[in-house]
Design a protein around this ligand. Structure first.
Ligand code: NZQ
Ligand code: ZN
Length: 385
């Protein structure tokens, strides 16, 4: 196992009526900005519940954060914060809202010329407003991590800081019942790939992390399809298992002390930036390509994955690995997400554009060994045609 320091400060309130905890979690003398997206929280009643829980607080609201939150929208919150002495941000929504609020929290305390530098130049965040989160879409783990992904034009960039980790997060599985099938699928697949990117590297004898990861993968494989099936889609226990899996997938726990490979995400971000493809749907296209092209380097873990997660037994190791990859693709298909570039109407003529964007963003040494250069990314994309 590799050395690590692990600290996750987000207090999780999980389950029915936990939204009332907001009243105690946010200091009563705070001036709160409630921030949300395009209005799903007004249709499903979450907004009313948040408002009821904030009755002892002074608060204002800011809305309109879009999926893949845009920089241009986020910076519009800054004058509201300044003019009204806002000192606490409450994010209510999916990963895009929570990520957007993290950028707003950092930008509000940014002292340089241009807050975009937090993303473009990876300037470190030295101060940020405190954040609380009410999660409505289990997928990103953003509710208890320090990551934020922001879009500006066709650039989709990420930053990470412990200072923007939410202080608390409310996770009520009932809030996810209003999600469309597409959003449910996206969430399950995103969480699945987060686990894979912290698991499918090389063996460092991290038994706890490996078995946690395998358990989470198996939970998503079992519960994901149930959340789409007509007889079980309203089942709150299914929703609860998916929701908690997605949080644990990217709250730092399974990634502590192990090598990590975020190549699938980095290539995927370019697909979203250029073509607007949903985040999870880029991952389901790219991951099988990474598994195939990096098979030699990932061999031990691919075998372990196929045997332990999918119970594959076959005559040769090569067959076991091939079946593990095939089962991963079948799972993605069962979840209704694409597994090839052709599934989203892209072809070989798009590959160079994607690789150019990777170059522009400095993504020239991806993967757990830093050996996924631009040529290898191209090979991965060509494998995904
Ligand atoms: O905006 P509203 O009206 O709320 O609608 C949203 C949005 O249209 C809707 N939605 C959310 N909860 C709902 C709901 N509709 C009905 N009922 C509910 N309960 O769903 C749509 C998609 O929401 P979004 O927040 O974009 O989805 P997701 O949570 O998948 O977040 C995706 C973003 O997170 C980033 C992605 O790149 C992408 O920008 N990621 C963030 C990460 C992190 N912070 O660690 C890691 C991930 O790898 C990912 O990159
Ligand atoms: Zn993701």
């Amino acid at each position: 196992m590799l050395d690590f320091s692990f600290h996750n400060p987000t207090k999780i309130h999980f389950g029915t009526d936990q939204i009332t905890q907001i009243a105690q979690e946010i200091p009563t003398d705070a001036k709160v900005l409630l921030i949300y997206g395009g209005g799903s929280i007004k249709k499903n009643g979450v907004y009313d519940q948040v408002v009821a829980s904030l009755k002892a607080h002074q608060w204002l609201e800011f809305s309109g954060i879009e999926p893949n939150p845009s920089y241009d929208t986020l910076i519009k919150a800054l004058p509201i914060i300044q003019d009204n002495n806002i000192d606490y941000l409450l994010a209510v929504g999916g990963g895009s809202v929570v990520d957007g609020v993290k950028f707003i929290a950092a930008a509000a305390h940014y002292e340089g010329d241009d807050a975009w530098n937090i993303l473009a130049k990876q300037e470190s965040v030295t101060s940020a407003l405190p954040i609380g989160a009410v999660l409505t879409l289990p997928a990103t783990g953003s509710e208890s991590n320090g990551n934020s992904v922001v879009t500006r034009g066709d650039n989709k960039l990420a930053f990470s800081s412990a200072l923007v980790k939410p202080q608390f997060a409310v996770l009520d599985p009932a809030f996810t019942l209003s999600l469309s099938e597409r959003q449910v699928s996206n969430g399950v697949v995103d969480a699945f790939v987060h686990i894979m990117e912290q698991y499918l590297t090389y063996d460092v004898n991290a038994k706890v992390q490996d078995r946690f990861a395998e358990g989470l993968l198996q939970t998503l494989i079992e519960e994901g399809p149930k959340a789409l099936a007509s007889e079980s889609k309203e089942d709150l226990e299914v929703r609860a298992n998916i929701m908690w899996s997605a949080t644990l997938a990217l709250n730092g726990l399974i990634g502590a002390g192990v090598p990590q490979d975020w190549a699938t995400h980095m290539i995927g971000h370019e697909l979203t930036g250029l073509y607007g493809i949903d985040h999870a749907r880029t991952l389901s296209i790219v991951l099988p390509g990474v598994m195939k092209v990096k098979q030699a380097q990932k061999r031990d873990k691919l075998l372990q994955y196929a045997k332990r997660v999918w119970q594959v037994s076959a005559a040769t190791d090569d067959e076991i690995i091939a079946q593990g990859i095939a089962k991963t693709e079948e799972f993605f298909k069962a979840m209704g997400v694409p597994v090839r570039l052709s599934d989203v109407e892209l072809d070989a003529s798009d590959v160079d554009k994607i690789v150019d964007k990777l170059e522009q963003h400095g993504m020239k040494a991806l993967g757990e060994h830093g050996d996924i250069d631009l040529a290898t990314s191209k090979q991965i994309l060509l494998t995904a045609l």
